[in-house]
Each structure stands twice: as structure tokens, then as C-alpha cells.
Design a protein around this ligand. Structure first.
Ligand code: G1P
Length: 289
């Protein structure tokens, strides 16, 4: 099973992050020194994915521009002798191939994935949600790719969440056939707490086979009036065609303000040149509450 393509839906409005996202795509809000979406693309690249398919809308083209050259800026940096930052700026343009697909109306995550059909064709492919950030010793999507290759099956990433928060996620019920590996039996999008089949939540990482497109084409609008990827995946689960992997690592939901701010501090603390000063400032803030 060869997997080189990753679909990253980025056409959503980012209403949870307003007013910051009134004119800036939520995927471009910086986390420490980089836009949020760059962390997602870096995870894809370090997992061997080379072709990024952004599912985008007409107002968010700067996402694609970020992964392209900026020749005017580069010549300014070159003339100023700022070679280190010049190298960093150029490297972003050389990370992956960018393919852009228009989602002309935003009808949900399932609809966004369906928009990739003509580009993905008969290949297996990954899907990564542009504001779900994963960090750990092994890239999150790589953990799914390894299982998908070994088992020749579609695989989704899950994590345990507090029961009180199950109504924010797709929730699975499954049979754990090896440590951290599940055969998915049932999936529900954003269930009320009382109806959730477990507390294993779908995190924005998927490895899919092209059979998902047939299911998406016949999936009606579900929760929130949106065409839900979860509802199409449920059809695979009912045919015993879906596995789940409990992803190892730390997750930040960049659309949640506490997670967003924590992610900024997390990355800044990993920068030796800032760490000590930042710790002092944080202690100062905490002491004068
Ligand atoms: C989407 C999926 C949901 C998943 C979540 C993870 O929901 O529909 O199943 O649990 O991403 O971030 P959204 O956050 O787009 O409402």
C-alpha cells in the first residue's frame, strides 16, 4: 500500500477563533513562530507524504502561498545577508508539492474529502484536519500509515477524551484486538453524553482507501446539517472494513483557545534561547493573579 497524498481540508470559517479569524485563515494563526498549518504539513512530510491536497475556498489562498516561494522577500533577505532565516523561508516552499482544490460551498468534512476525488483517483490517501496538532516521538499520521500498510485496511486515529466532551467529536465503539488497535464496530458523530458508545474520540487523522468516495456520494447531511465523514466511515465499519489506532502523543486543538495558548507556550519552552526568560515571566504572571 503506497501512500503519498494527504488531503487537508482548510475551507472552514474558523468561527471558534473569531474575531482573530475575521480576515486571517484559522490555519494561518501562528503557534510560536509558524502558522498552525505548517505543523500539520511538517507532520505529513516526516511521515513520507509528498503531495498535499488543500481543499480550500477563494478567500484563503494565502495558505497555499505560504508553501510557495516569496521571491521578493527572499531577495531582500539575501541582500541583507540574513542567510539563516532565508534558508528557513525557502525550506517551507520545498517541503511538499501543493495541489489546490476548490470547495465552492462548505457542506461539511465529508463533502470536503469528496472534493478530492478527482485528484486522489484510485490511490490510498491520508486526511489530516488542519487545526488538530499532534506531537510525540513518532508523527501521528505515520502511526496510522504503518497499520494501514500492514493490514491493508482504512485506519482512523482515536484518543480517549473526558466523557463530558464526547459531544464535540466522532466517537467509536470497537473491539481491541491488539494493544491500542481496534476493529471499529460503530461510529457516531457528536453524540449526546448519554448516547456515546465510548470515550474514544476520532482525532483529525485518517488513512483511507478510494472506496470512501462511493460512501460519501450517498451520505446525506447529518449532525449540524453537514455531510459528515463519520457517517461514511460508519458504512465501512458495518462491513468490517475499518480499524482504529490509539494515537500516542500530545494533541492540541488549535481552535480551542486554551489548547491554542498552551501550544504556543509548549513550543516556546522547547526553544532554549527563550525558555528561561519565559519561565520567569510565567511565574511572575501566576504570582500576581
Ligand atoms: C471533525 C470530525 C469529528 C472529529 C473532529 C476531530 O469535527 O467530524 O468526527 O472528532 O473533527 O477534530 P469538527 O471538529 O470539524 O466539528
Amino acid at each position: 500500500m503506497e501512500i503519498t497524498k494527504v488531503v487537508i481540508p482548510v475551507a472552514g470559517w474558523g468561527t471558534r477563533s473569531l474575531p482573530a479569524t475575521k480576515n486571517i485563515p484559522k490555519e494561518m494563526l501562528p503557534i510560536y513562530k509558524k502558522p498552525t498549518v505548517q505543523y500539520v504539513v511538517e507532520e505529513a512530510q516526516s511521515s513520507g507524504l509528498t503531495d498535499v491536497v488543500f481543499i480550500n475556498n477563494q478567500n484563503k489562498k494565502i495558505i497555499e502561498d505560504h508553501f510557495d516561494y516569496n521571491l521578493a522577500l527572499e531577495s531582500v533577505l539575501e541582500r541583507a545577508g540574513k542567510t539563516e532565516i532565508l534558508k528557513e523561508v525557502r525550506e517551507v516552499a520545498e517541503m511538499v508539492n501543493i495541489i489546490s482544490v476548490r470547495q465552492k460551498v462548505q457542506l461539511g468534512l465529508g463533502h470536503a474529502v469528496l472534493c478530492a476525488k478527482e485528484v486522489v483517483k484510485n490511490d490510498n490517501f491520508a486526511v489530516m484536519v488542519g487545526d488538530d496538532l499532534m506531537f510525540g516521538s513518532e508523527p501521528g499520521i505515520k502511526q496510522l500509515i504503518d497499520v494501514a500498510k500492514a493490514e491493508n485496511m482504512p485506519v482512523i486515529g482515536v484518543m480517549e477524551v473526558p466523557r463530558s466532551k464526547v459531544n464535540r467529536y466522532g466517537i467509536i465503539a470497537g473491539e481491541e484486538y491488539a494493544p491500542g488497535l481496534f476493529k471499529v464496530r460503530n461510529m457516531v458523530e457528536k453524540p449526546p453524553v448519554s448516547e456515546a458508545p465510548s470515550n474514544l474520540a476520532v482525532i483529525g487523522r485518517y488513512v483511507l482507501t478510494p472506496e470512501i468516495f462511493e460512501h460519501l456520494e450517498t451520505t446525506a447531511a447529518g449532525v449540524g446539517g453537514e455531510i459528515q465523514l463519520t457517517d461514511a466511515l460508519q458504512k465501512l465499519a458495518k462491513n468490517d472494513r475499518l480499524l482504529a489506532v490509539k494515537i500516542r502523543g500530545r494533541r492540541f486543538d488549535a481552535g480551542d483557545w486554551v489548547d491554542y495558548l498552551t501550544a504556543n507556550i509548549y513550543f516556546a519552552l522547547h526553544d532554549e534561547s527563550l525558555r528561561d526568560d519565559l519561565v520567569l515571566k510565567l511565574q511572575e504572571l501566576l504570582s500576581c493573579r
